[in-house]
Design a binder for this molecule. Structure first.
Ligand SMILES: NC(=O)c1ccc[n+]([C@@H]2O[C@H](COP(=O)([O-])OP(=O)(O)OC[C@H]3O[C@@H](n4cnc5c(N)ncnc54)[C@H](OP(=O)(O)O)[C@@H]3O)[C@@H](O)[C@H]2O)c1
Length: 250
């Protein structure tokens, strides 16, 4: 049984991962911004020996530190940190794009991940143990047109994953990333700002990954023996060969 903190636990990959890790009997610290959803999850997982929900925006550094310190006070230690909170905002070229979308992606996907990591890592260093799993993306390995800013944010996650692994090598802390291709979640709704038709079209004509597929893989990564670190895992739907090559039957 591990103490596991998940950001972005209120939807998609984070929520499915919470459910999978709850089934395995772990103690959970679930983070998100949607308090009602967090309350629902706390009720659903009330059977766990320890469950805590924290409502904060990963961009707000003071809130991140205050909330994670409160979790550390009640849980003593965090064994696994899953840095999952993030989204794409917009699908436009840089010259036509919306600067506020860039701010969101850099502030949430990159700086938010750094904020949460900085809040958690000192306790892992003190314990000489821990596992950080960063949810990157295929977009962190291959840039596609009109996704430049999102890809840049996920390339940054790849760099942070690699850098943290080197910085934390002396402290017995595993640092891993999981990098999905197309997963059917609320992701495209957020990207297309609530245009559900556009969002649905992304997943038409083939079988996309389900958030449960990512949750199962994260569980597999966590449950490896002490000496094994799945440092970078890429997971794609069978129909997807690259960011832009998807075999669709429409
Ligand atoms: N779906 C895909 O195809 C795909 C592919 C590769 C990688 N990913 C990555 O997977 C991760 C999870 O995405 P998802 O597909 O599960 O999408 P999702 O269903 O939209 O979930 C995103 C989660 O992140 C949270 N979040 C967003 N901004 C936040 C903020 N400022 N502070 C705190 N929490 C915030 C959301 O909470 P709110 O509801 O409060 O916004 C939500 O819980 C992201 O890092 C994404 O880049 C997704």
């Amino acid at each position: 049984m591990k103490n596991i903190l998940i950001t972005g636990a209120t939807s998609g990959i984070g929520e499915a991962t919470a459910r999978k890790l709850a089934e395995e009997g772990n103690n959970l610290i679930l983070c998100g911004r949607n308090s009602n959803k967090l309350d629902d999850l706390a009720n659903e997982f009330a059977y766990l020996s320890k469950i805590k929900t924290l409502s904060f925006d990963v961009r707000n550094r003071a809130d991140v530190y205050e909330n994670i310190n409160s979790a550390l006070n009640s849980f003593q230690k965090i064994d696994v940190l899953i840095n999952n909170a993030g989204n794409a905002h917009g699908l436009e070229s840089i010259y036509e794009g919306n600067e506020e979308d860039w701010d969101k992606m850099m502030d949430i996907n990159v700086k938010g991940l750094l904020n949460v990591s900085k809040a958690v890592i000192p306790s892992m260093v003190k314990n000489q143990a821990g596992h950080i799993i960063n949810v990157g993306s295929l977009a962190g390995y291959e840039v596609y047109a009109n996704g430049t800013a999102y890809c840049a944010s996920k390339y940054a996650v790849k760099a942070i994953n690699e850098g943290l692994r080197k910085e934390l090598n002396g402290f017995n802390i595993k640092v891993s990333s999981i990098n999905p291709g197309l997963v059917e979640t609320n992701f495209s709704n957020v990207r297309f700002k609530g245009d559900t038709e556009k969002a649905k079209a992304v997943y038409k004509g083939y079988t996309p990954l389900k958030p449960q597929d990512i949750a199962n893989t994260i569980s597999f990564m966590i449950n490896q023996p002490e000496h094994v670190n799945l440092a970078e895992v890429m997971i794609l739907p069978t129909a997807q060969a690259s960011s832009t090559q998807v075999k669709k039957e429409l």
